[in-house]
Design a protein around this ligand. Structure first.
Ligand code: KG4
Ligand code: ZN
Length: 336
């Protein structure tokens, strides 16, 4: 029997302290996430300095728990993969320093992982035989990207947001309506009781290229609520969500057709959205393509996806130098 290769993944790019052990890039032995949502909720958003301090406190126990839950010790680990960017620099540095320290002390290779590329790999954790090329809709709090994945490490960035990310729009609209943080899951839940056709919010650039723009939609919601204070919050939530999902899926669907992709994959925190998930699966059936919708816990930030992407990177690029730093604005590794 061939030996399983075990990667310890570490993720601290924003407000989740996470560690996971994954075998051969897809077999998840443990996946521990310590969320700081409760700590940041009172400020209405992530406070970078507070996030860094929480990572310092949680990093060691989270790694220890991931090792124990996987039933492995340091001698079983083949490499340590860690997010090096993009993200909050103070937060990234906690994970990178911890990963490098373990790499030195345990004498294991260190693998540098791009957080955005790792989101793509959440699909492979549950669908290891995913047939390429696929179009990936990567929608998170910091990014909104449409990507053509042609092979491992071979990506074409088709379009991205010109202003706010989709998750950012959810969070800002929720803050304006006084609904709490993070806004995505709250609006998602409220939308279930609202009428998605109550208000016709704008669908920016819907038939125009593959870039996105969500800041006008956010302003339009704010202006509408100011002028119509009696409209039910659930109808605003449902109508806003309908506009976001319409734009995301119109463009993603067009990209699948134009590039002859076998399917459409969702990735990133907003991929946990009920309407986006349901409508992706519906359109996949309608268009005769595959719809890949990772489980919700794999969509939001986690370290299993870091270990999965790290396994591929380890095989293609080998280990990174221990001089490798963290880069808060690291770009997505696209060739176009
Ligand atoms: O990928 P992620 O965990 O962190 C980043 O890398 O940004 O994404 C977090 C974002 C937040 O903006 C949050 O509001 C959004 O994902 N989100 C959702 C849902 N769950 C999380 N947005 C819409 N519907 C959801 N159910
Ligand atoms: Zn993320």
């Amino acid at each position: 029997m061939t030996k399983r290769e075990l990667i310890l993944g570490i993720e601290t790019s924003c407000d989740e302290t996470a560690a996971a052990v994954v075998a051969n890039g897809h077999d998840v032995l443990s996946n521990v996430v310590s969320s700081q949502i409760d700590i940041h909720a009172r400020y209405g958003g992530v406070v970078p300095e507070v996030a860094s301090r929480a990572h310092v406190e949680m990093m060691t126990p989270v790694i220890a728990q991931a090792m124990v839950e996987a039933g492995v010790d340091k001698d079983d680990i083949d490499a340590i993969a860690c997010t090096v960017g993009p993200g909050l620099i103070g937060s990234l540095l906690i994970g990178v320093s911890s990963a490098k320290a373990l790499s030195l002390v345990w004498d294991k290779p260190f693998v540098a992982v791009n957080h955005l590329e790792a989101h793509l790999y959440s699909s492979f954790l549950e669908e290891p035989d995913l047939e390429l090329p696929v179009v990936v809709l990567l929608v998170s709090g910091g990014h909104t990207m449409l990507i053509l994945m042609e092979g491992h490490g071979q990506y074409r960035l088709l379009g991205e947001t010109l202003d706010d990310a989709a998750g950012e729009a959810y969070d800002k609209v929720a803050r304006y309506l006084g609904l709490g943080y993070p806004g995505g899951p709250i609006i998602d839940k409220m939308a279930m009781d609202g009428d998605p056709h109550a208000v016709k919010f704008p669908r920016a650039m819907v038939n125009d290229g593959y870039d996105f723009s969500f800041s006008g939609l956010k302003t339009s919601v704010v202006n509408y609520v100011r002028k119509n204070p009696d409209v039910a919050d659930v109808d605003i939530a449902a109508s806003f969500q309908e506009a976001v999902v319409d734009v995301l899926l119109t463009k993603a669907r067009r990209a699948v057709k134009e590039f002859g992709a076998t399917g459409l994959c969702l990735a990133g925190g907003v991929a946990a959205n009920s309407s986006l998930r349901e409508r992706t699966l519906d359109l996949a059936i309608e268009d005769g393509i595959k719809g890949f919708v990772p489980s919700r816990s794999m969509c939001t930030d986690n370290a299993a996806m870091i270990a999965a992407a790290g396994w591929w990177r380890f095989h293609s690029d080998g280990p990174a130098s221990l001089d490798h730093g963290a880069d808060s604005s690291l770009r997505f590794p696209s060739y176009a």
